[in-house]
Design a protein around this ligand. Sequence first.
Ligand SMILES: Cc1cc2nc3c(=O)[nH]c(=O)nc-3n(C[C@H](O)[C@H](O)[C@H](O)COP(=O)(O)O)c2cc1C
Length: 326
Amino acid sequence: MKVLGISFGRVNSNCDILTKEALYSAKMYAPNVEIKFVNTMKLKIGRCIGCGACSTALEKGKDNACVVKDDFQYLENLCREADAIIVSAPVYVLQPVGQLKNFTDRYACRHDISAIPYVLDRRRRGEAPGDPDDFPMERLRQKPVAYFAVGGARTPDWTSMGTAGMHLFGLSEGMRVISNYNANDMGHIGNPLLDQKMMDDVHEIGWRVAAAVDLPADQIPYYGKDGDQGTCPVCHQNLLMVNGTTTVTCPLCGIHGKISIEGEKLVVDFPKEEQERARGTFKGLREHTAEIQSFGAIVAPKIMANKDRLDGLMKRIKEFHDDWTE
Ligand SMILES: Cc1cc2nc3c(=O)[nH]c(=O)nc-3n(C[C@H](O)[C@H](O)[C@H](O)COP(=O)(O)O)c2cc1C
């Protein structure tokens, strides 16, 4: 069993410490666990250029390397090989550092697990070429993942979008989240090694990540800081979108729930059928792909009907030249 730790922080700083301690704990859980660590500071991971080559290949049941040639592929390969992943990222301006977003954008499209049964079904029905049994099924594995968001500020208010932003990394691969851990106050004490409670939590999360590899999805307990299970029962985050009614939406899972107040407690009931269509599930991901695929039928006639007009409207956009010169 391979457990991979990825730190997006500075070398030997707080993210490295949390990740490595969690890996040591995973190794203590079972000696046969192979632990691997990488700090991304030295890696060049540029932005997604939106070419769509990866998702197009995936929808055809094919695999490919990312078109952008940098260190992305190295890290992606490590993630593919791993049975479980621990990710730490520094919070910069309330969110995880931008390099993780670059990695997530390029990783997510390539790892939409719902594409796999879709492709195989189409092949079985004779709608797509290829052998229905010829697909790297190991890509369907929904790996356990833990997220550590590391902030210097003393209050968790300053890491408010930390683990939520990190959660997007494993979303399309349906990774099973073991913990969203907010490690704030890291500037104050300088070093998490001096915070025994935090070290205990990190060790707890480390072995739980390794233990979860062999457990069925519905038997994996979530480990929240100070027992916090999160408001959303799927992603265990505490963010909500409100619209002035008693219906709220989990912005990560895209599911709707009913809000109520019980004494001093705010309760949100997310019905089972909503939970089953959460964004990180086969159903939720396929719902989105079907939505994207429906664009063509709507957009194509509109473009055809407005072709000359559109050319004219685009002219003024194209003629406004970019200030940047090589
Ligand atoms: C540009 C920048 C922005 C930051 N913004 C925040 C922030 O919004 N909230 C916070 O808690 N800490 C913030 N920090 C502090 C870092 O999260 C903190 O130093 C953390 O320990 C970095 O992780 P590392 O030690 O593993 O490199 C910021 C640091 C930098 C450099």
